[in-house]
Write a protein that binds this ligand. Structure first.
Ligand code: FES
Length: 267
């Protein structure tokens, strides 16, 4: 059951222009959060603008220290307000929301594909996999628009066996799509599962690559949200069901993680 919490911010760091990493003291989130879940952050002041909270993925937890991390990219008034918060400020969050990625000891060789701000929940995922199985093989593929937006490279490098980076303009790593790197590696690797989060064209491509290679694939959908708990219809997505052609699901409550072969990708 999600909780409303007023927690203390431990630190804030601008890790790239307009991209801020927050660490927050929260015993509850650090002990209960699972990879893929998110928090809904209050980001208005007394003017009630913006009215809606902002859903932000949990990037990592430190269960011993009782902290969790998240990253925001300033894109509007809500994220701008959050970016102005400082260490020792109180932050009003609803947590922990949504379902989580499937983590299993039976997965011994995994690929993780992230793009833009979709990379953040994947760090939590691979950290938990490393905790579960020290011998797991993890290939991580990250895509960014350009070199200035490449963040958390060291964190992903130390948690992954191999890290592959692509930028749209070629200013860092491979020039082109991150999925091109995945296609290159997939022939050599025998992945048990692929996890992905990022822009829709990217996850659609990853889902297709996984299907063509008969590999299981889980997708975390990024979606505009309202309530964050299944009470409005802002976040619906189209999911295949067994008895009907498809059905509408709430990304916030039924997701954000779905099996890729169940998603009806709309144009
Ligand atoms: Fe309200 Fe999902 S955000 S139902």
């Amino acid at each position: 059951m999600p909780k409303m919490l007023l927690e203390e911010i431990k630190s804030v760091e601008e890790i790239a222009k307009g991209i801020f990493k927050f660490s927050v003291f929260s015993d509850y989130v650090s002990k209960n959060a699972k990879p893929g879940q998110f928090v809904n952050i209050k980001c208005n002041d007394d003017s009630y603008v913006p009215l809606l909270r902002r859903p932000i993925s949990i990037m990592n937890v430190d269960r011993e220290k009782g902290t969790f991390d998240f990253v925001i990219q300033v894109k509007g008034i809500g994220t701008e307000n959050i970016s102005k918060m400082n260490a020792r400020d109180k932050i009003d969050i609803m947590a922990c929301l949504g379902n989580s990625f499937e983590i299993s000891e039976s997965y011994k060789n995994i690929a993780v594909v992230g793009g833009g701000i979709g990379i953040f929940p994947l760090l939590f995922l691979i950290n938990d996999f490393n905790e579960l199985n020290k011998n797991i093989k993890i290939d991580t593929f990250l895509g960014f628009r350009n070199k200035d937006l490449v963040v958390l490279e060291n964190e992903f490098k130390s948690a992954s066996g191999n890290l592959f980076i692509a930028t749209d303009d070629g200013s860092y790593g491979h020039k082109g799509l991150v999925t091109e790197l995945l296609i290159k590696e997939i022939g050599e690797s025998d992945y048990d599962i692929i996890y992905t989060c990022g822009p829709l064209p990217m996850i659609r491509k990853v889902a297709l690559i996984a299907a063509n290679n008969n590999i299981k694939c889980q997708v975390s959908l990024e979606q505009r949200m309202g309530c964050g708990i299944g009470a409005c219809l802002v976040c619906v997505c189209n999911i295949k069901s067994n008895d009907k052609a498809h059905e509408y699901k709430h990304v916030c409550k039924d997701g954000p993680v779905f099996w890729a072969d169940k998603i009806v990708f709309e144009d």
